[in-house]
Design a protein around this ligand. Sequence first.
Ligand code: ATP
Ligand code: MG
Length: 530
Amino acid sequence: IYTYLPLGLRVIKKIENIIREEMNRAGAQELLMPILSPAELWKETGRWDFYGKELLRCQDRHDRNFCFGPTHEEVITDLFRREIRSYRQLPLNFYQIQTKFRDEIRPRFGLMRGREFIMKDAYSFDRDEESARASYQKMYDAYQRIFIRCGLNFRPVEADNGLIGGSMSHEFMVLADTGEETILYEEQGTYAANVEQAEVLPPTESSTEHLLPLEKIDTPGMKTIKDVCKFLQVESHQLVKTLLYQTSVKEIIAVLIRGDHEANEIKINRLLNTTALTLADTETVARVTSAPVGFAGPVGLKEVRILADQAVQAMNNFVVGGNAKGTHLQNVNWDRDFKVETFADLRQAQAGDPSPLTKKPLSAARGIEVGHVFLLGTKYSEAMEATFLDEQGKETLAIMGCYGIGVGRTAAASIEQNHDAKGMIWPPSIAPFHVHLLPVTTSEKVLDTSKKLYQALTEAGIEVLWDDREERAGVKFNDADLIGIPYHLTIGDKGLKNSIVEIKHRRTGEVVKIKPGQILRYLEEQLSSQ
Ligand code: ATP
Ligand code: MG
């Protein structure tokens, strides 16, 4: 949890204003909901339990339960059901810019992932699916404009709906090597998705080897795929790993994944219609497989449902754990040696996999999620009975969408994308000030010129930060580079002798020598071309 200092707060306010303008332009209306919300609303949708520890809870003096809003679907849906009666009032879209609280398990990187943070959240209500999709598209377009205006290099990608729910969603990813998310995309094409979401196409070829007899082999102490591959002199794609998961209803599930692939728990959850999948603990593994972790395999596993990634379906004569300490099995074949309940897309997509749209190989990049739009459908309106009367006077569930932008995270993402060794480089649209005025001596002439310029620029609506400290020029220049205001206006005695001041472009380092009387026009031109 942080205090926003004056310069940072100005950046936050600028981002908020861009968001506000674009939301208003898209027909959304601003309101402000309470930060605290009563447990009753959250119990109606089941999220009082479902949200888990990320939801910070508290009690009032009458021991009534509340939570600090991490998102506001419940509160807005409650408002809707109390206030909206008729289809004639739809479509509606309400938004707010407000402080959220999420008790993140790993808060990190400052404003990127704080526990208390500022979010713009919007909620749309429509009478039917078609109109809901149009509302979603409007927000999608508004988000494009917002992030373009913030000067960010970003990409919208298909995303998972997570704790919010619903049927379709896109994340807006700022491209940066330090990003926590991985996206897969077509270099020349439209497909882009969060790696969690990216669909993997079924393999096009299956192994045609003859089925060989099953063999048991001693692999003492070899618990990792690398160890086993080296020992047996096979490649990791000839091996199948068996992951044991415990579901939220305490069922144990085995998931088979090719040795060189990674399991995707979101896809497994979706297939099982569960949410809280965890890898089984050592005791459970020992109980189910009669072996320590590292030797689990599908052959002879009892009372455990076996799911397998579709890549396994294309394999035969593979290697698996032997369900006994220090043993593996070779030349294993599904169906002959064990039964698979379902083959499905259960693995993480990776760079090089074919695009589900065009089959061209996908590339990978790192990204920071700054915005997320969801088509919710009736998840919340159904749980909370948020209905309106349609043209025939029939009670109908509102179709909802929700749309979030992390304001602080957007500022942090801008820094990730715009900096050099000396400090930050703000795009003019969200910079705390437009111009950093840097008098380098305290002579009367320098002071007098500074004062006049400050006044003239300020009156013209240009925001000027005047460094009036009695510091050496070097100190001022270093601080100015660190703070990253786009234009540095340096005023010194030497220049003034020839009626010259200097404007430095922070991004390029380019220095322009200019007469004081021409500065206003120069800066106005520069700023309007941004
Ligand atoms: P993440 O996966 O990064 O935790 P999320 O999917 O939980 O994000 P949403 O519920 O979609 O996030 O929230 C909308 C937006 O709020 C996100 O796109 C992000 O910009 C911002 N946001 C979410 N959590 C945080 C946080 N802890 N700190 C700062 N911003 C956040
Ligand atoms: Mg989150």
